[in-house]
Design a protein around this ligand. Structure first.
Ligand SMILES: *[C@@H]1O[C@H](CO)[C@@H](O)[C@H](O)[C@H]1NC(C)=O
Ligand SMILES: *[C@@H]1O[C@H](CO)[C@@H](O)[C@H](O)[C@H]1NC(C)=O
Ligand SMILES: *[C@@H]1O[C@H](CO)[C@@H](O)[C@H](O)[C@H]1NC(C)=O
Ligand SMILES: *[C@@H]1O[C@H](CO)[C@@H](O)[C@H](O)[C@H]1NC(C)=O
Ligand SMILES: *[C@@H]1O[C@H](CO)[C@@H](O)[C@H](O)[C@H]1NC(C)=O
Ligand SMILES: *[C@@H]1O[C@H](CO)[C@@H](O)[C@H](O)[C@H]1NC(C)=O
Ligand SMILES: *[C@@H]1O[C@H](CO)[C@@H](O)[C@H](O)[C@H]1NC(C)=O
Ligand SMILES: *[C@@H]1O[C@H](CO)[C@@H](O)[C@H](O)[C@H]1NC(C)=O
Length: 469
């Protein structure tokens, strides 16, 4: 009986990861309901960020639609956006370097505004700063620049892939250097999360275009049969557990309590009041998914300073959430505790009147990741051991495949990334031929389990921050 119930709960509690930048992921409950995307992860408040102080000039480049095909249709073009800051550049004569940010799955301005590191180091190296937007995101939309057309179905989305994106970057960088008569200037590529994966892969695929890559929080090994699907949630479990054992226990026990409460008469009403849900309606899947999102994103953005990347957060949000859960004032009221924790993630600004579980706004335009996660980015996460802070569950490739067939009419190719870029036995392989890549990972980042955590050679170096994000 107990075991059956557990199993039912586990199947109900299946989450699938989509958009995923360290920070940018989004959860989807594919169990029963129609998946919701990026959901409350990304807050509309973000749009009010200060973009008045100009950090760069915006430019466009006429990019080719399909780099890997010579049929006439692939000669179509689109306008690719890139941002430039030349304030610190030493110039082509001095062969001063060019730092290029490899755009992720979202609006490039958002990443540029959150990549302080490049701005901080540019003066020292007298570097030109360039941020290139990834095709199908932001304003870099093929098919006439119209998102609805570009995203219509697999016939158009088919041109959204990592290999096309890398070829875009190679083409644009080469052309830009010609225009600046800066062919002698060395190019260093940067990126974080998916952008970090692109940076590392770019160095491996286009060594004649870049002399080195800095890949931050880039889980290039988080693919099928390379990294365990349990790794991601194990790290989240550890993050909360190290903040407080009681906090871990309360959250761990809460999933069942939510189920039990939801099944009782008047239960949904009680839950909706306890969590101050808008419109008085709550179903347990969306409530669980909403809480799950708060824990996962706090773990992913558990920075030591207040931040405002995915949503405005205090320093050390995981610790703050656990403080709310451990707060003696909430006594033994588990829902009051969880509400307190959720309030830190969803209402740090204090402006939420109620919480909208069906909010699917996507201010940074991350939605294209759904397609990528259905074609080549099969990155298993979300398996849960008995120890997990989330209900025990297994990761099933078939769930993803079914979702993808239903939504896009395509079958994922789970082995393609490892075939195209490698991944199996990466230490041996890269030691033999690679060079000049820095992998940075913070071990508290849930994605670090799929990162390169060991030095591979003199010039392929892993920097690991034990307590870092
Ligand atoms: C480049 O960035 C700096 C801030 O780091 C800013 O002061 C400067 O105006 C920017 N330059 C351009 C051309 O946008
Ligand atoms: C995509 O939509 C276009 C326009 O409606 C249609 O012509 C095309 O056949 C569709 N492709 C697929 C794969 O469904
Ligand atoms: C280089 O210059 C040509 C001609 O003005 C222009 O069409 C192209 O967009 C420029 N390349 C880049 C990367 O801006
Ligand atoms: C992963 O490994 C298992 C066991 O060896 C195998 O059955 C499965 O097909 C592999 N998955 C992929 C996508 O290669
Ligand atoms: C919570 O605490 C109150 C008194 O402190 C007690 O009466 C009640 O039974 C407790 N409830 C649970 C579920 O432990
Ligand atoms: C959000 O925070 C403010 C300020 O602390 C509070 O007044 C408000 O009730 C909170 N909103 C919700 C939905 O709990
Ligand atoms: C919640 O969000 C959805 C989707 O963004 C929206 O349609 C709905 O009006 C919102 N509900 C409330 C009560 O704000
Ligand atoms: C890799 O080597 C560098 C020095 O080259 C060192 O600073 C760093 O700690 C090493 N990384 C690991 C994970 O051992």
């Amino acid at each position: 009986m107990e075991a059956t119930k557990k199993r039912i709960m586990a199947t109900r509690f299946q989450f699938l990861w989509f958009s995923f930048f360290t920070l940018l992921s989004s959860t989807v409950s594919i169990a029963k309901t129609t998946p919701r995307f990026p959901s409350s992860v990304v807050w509309p408040e973000q749009l009010s960020r200060s973009n008045t102080n100009q950090l760069y000039k915006t430019k466009y480049f006429t990019q080719i639609l399909d780099h890997f095909n010579f049929n006439p249709q692939s000669y179509q073009t689109f306008q690719q956006r890139y941002l430039v800051n030349d304030t610190y550049w030493g110039g082509a004569d001095k062969k001063a370097p060019i730092f290029v940010y490899m755009g992720n799955e979202g609006d490039i301005e958002w990443f540029a505004q959150n990549t302080g590191f490049m701005f901080e180091t540019a003066p020292r190296f007298k570097a030109l700063l360039v941020f290139i937007e990834h095709r199908f995101y932001g304003k870099s939309m093929p098919f006439g620049g119209v998102k609805d057309v570009a995203y219509r179905n697999g016939s158009t989305l088919g041109y959204l892939s990592s290999t096309q994106a890398l070829a875009d970057y190679a083409t644009l960088i080469t052309n830009l250097k010609q225009n600046l008569t800066a062919t002698e200037s060395p190019v260093i590529v940067f990126g974080g999360s998916y952008g970090g994966m692109l940076a590392a892969w770019f160095r491996l695929k286009y060594p004649h275009i870049t002399i080195g890559a800095l890949a931050s929080s880039s889980p290039i090994l988080n693919f099928v049969n390379i990294t365990s699907p349990y790794s991601f949630n194990n790290i989240i479990t550890q993050d909360f557990r190290s903040a407080s054992e009681n906090c871990y226990k309360v959250i761990k026990g809460s999933w069942q309590l939510i189920e039990d409460t939801a099944d009782q008469r008047g239960g949904p009403d009680l839950l909706s009041k306890a969590f101050r849900i808008c419109g008085n309606y709550v179903d347990q899947d969306s409530l669980q998914s909403w809480l799950y999102t708060a824990y996962v994103y706090s773990a992913m953005t558990d920075y030591p300073t207040p931040s405002n990347f995915l949503s405005p957060l205090p320093a050390y949000p995981v610790k703050q959430m656990c403080n709310a859960i451990d707060d003696p004032a909430t006594g033994n009221d588990t829902f009051a505790k969880l509400y307190g924790a959720a309030n830190i993630y969803y209402n740090y600004s204090g402006s939420a009147e109620c919480f909208n579980l069906s909010d699917d706004s996507d201010p940074h335009g991350l939605g294209g990741w759904r397609w990528q996660a259905c074609t080549e980015m099969i990155m298993p996460t979300g398996g849960n051991t008995e120890e997990s802070i989330f209900p025990a569950s297994e990761w099933h490739y078939e769930n993803r495949a079914t979702y993808c067939k239903n939504n896009f009419g395509v079958e994922p190719r789970p082995n393609w990334i490892a075939t195209e870029f490698g991944g199996h036995d990466i230490h041996r392989v890269l030691k033999r031929f690679g060079s000049n890549i820095i992998f940075f990972n913070g071990l508290r980042d849930p994605w670090s389990g799929g990162g390169v955590l060991k030095n591979i050679s003199q010039s392929i170096v892993a920097i690991v921050a034990k307590e870092g994000e």
